[in-house]
Design a protein around this ligand. Structure first.
Ligand SMILES: *Cc1c(COP(=O)(O)O)cnc(C)c1O
Length: 360
């Protein structure tokens, strides 16, 4: 039954969406495929709040993180690091042969625009990497402000991993002038894993054109050329395209604003629950400070006597799935992915069971 799987990725997929994947194969160079892709674009533009074409990459999200760096960064990168995924963005920059500095804050914290402004003054960076919603800590970075500060430096681009942002919390690709922003299918879009989606500004494509080492599979110039013809550079993960079509229809029916609000309501419910537990004498805390909390994932510190892995196993025995902490926070925290197609009512059941597991 739907409503029991609260990992912060992959998230639970509704049966209708799973079923949509079983349609027959079609040739990917034919008219039917072009019609399918053409039907996806308006829905994707609606979700990303953009008039630009949205690239559909048959890869996991990390593929488009690497693509962002290969196409968008020239020489020297500043990576905003506050957890496992933002650290990955930095490792990708280094792995692609770029010079890359880190602006690191402790786990559980975010990056203020002032902090970024200061760091940009110190080095001659041409690109900044940032994770919008750091899934390992539940921290939301103020991407709109970070973009403003980045662009104030002139010819510097902001490459945004919004893998657990897009479709779960407000992202205004065009209004915030994001140079590149990406997500993956298996997070707030509540699709099976295997697709990554991203949008590039025209100025970023100009950069890409000037780069001779941007590779083949993740070449944005090819992505752009193909999507404008309702095609993909290579064989697309067709069953996932069917699922995406079905889910975009559902998102349009719900409206993106209502989807954001549903996620915000689930987040508020989780934070309020943590406060309530504290009131009952349980030392539980939302790791992220107020003002820097993600709508899609909450990382909760565990009271003494409870480890993240023991709590997740106990919940599993009750038929419910959440995640333990990530990396260094594995046993000190748990993570609830209140993301995708879940509701506050389903979340309430989970929190009720969690209360019992913690003996509150
Ligand atoms: C899940 C996640 C990724 C990695 O996605 P893959 O699809 O596994 O490549 C990257 N960044 C963030 C913030 C994530 O939550």
């Amino acid at each position: 039954m739907f409503g029991k799987f609260f990992l912060p990725g992959p998230t639970e997929v509704r049966p209708e969406i799973l079923a949509a994947q079983t349609r027959p194969m079609i040739g990917h160079r034919g008219k039917a495929m072009e019609e399918l892709i053409a039907s996806l674009t308006p829905g994707l533009q609606y979700v990303f709040r953009t008039t630009r074409p949205v690239y559909i990459s048959s890869s996991s999200a990390t593929g488009l993180m690497e693509a962002a760096v290969r196409n968008g960064a020239r020489r020297k990168v500043l990576s905003l690091v506050n957890g496992a995924f933002s650290e990955r963005f930095h490792r990708i920059a280094v792995g692609c042969g770029l010079e890359a500095d880190v602006l690191e804050v402790p786990l559980g914290e975010g990056h203020s625009p002032e902090m970024l402004e200061h760091a940009l003054q110190r080095g001659d960076y041409d690109a900044v990497t940032v994770v919008h919603s750091e899934t390992s800590t539940g921290v939301l970075n103020p991407v709109a402000d970070l973009a403003r500060v980045t662009h104030a430096r002139g010819d510097v681009v902001l490459l945004v991993d919004s893998v657990t942002g897009i479709a779960g919390s407000p992202v205004e690709t065009d209004a915030w002038e994001l140079d590149f922003v990406l997500t993956g299918s298996q997070k707030a879009l509540a699709l099976p894993p295997g697709l990554a989606l991203g949008v590039a500004r025209p100025s970023l494509l100009e950069r890409a054109k000037a780069k001779k080492d941007r590779g083949i599979y993740f070449d944005f110039i090819e992505f752009e050329k193909n999507i404008l013809k309702n095609q993909t550079p290579n064989t697309p993960a067709l069953p996932l395209f069917y699922a995406l079509a079905a889910q975009l229809d559902a998102i349009r029916r719900e409206t993106i604003e209502a989807r954001w609000e549903r996620h915000a309501a689930m987040a508020r419910r989780t934070w309020a629950w943590a406060d309530e537990m504290k009131g009952r004498g349980l030392d539980i805390r939302v790791l992220a400070p107020e003002g820097y909390r993600s709508s899609t994932v909450t990382c909760l510190t565990m009271p003494s006597g409870h480890t993240g892995s023991a709590v997740t196993s106990a919940l599993k025995q009750r038929g419910l799935t959440i995640a333990s902490g990530y990396g260094a926070l594995k046993d000190a925290t748990i993570r609830i992915g209140h993301m995708g197609d879940h509701t506050v009512a389903e979340l309430d059941v989970l929190l009720g069971e969690l209360e019992q597991v913690l003996g509150a």
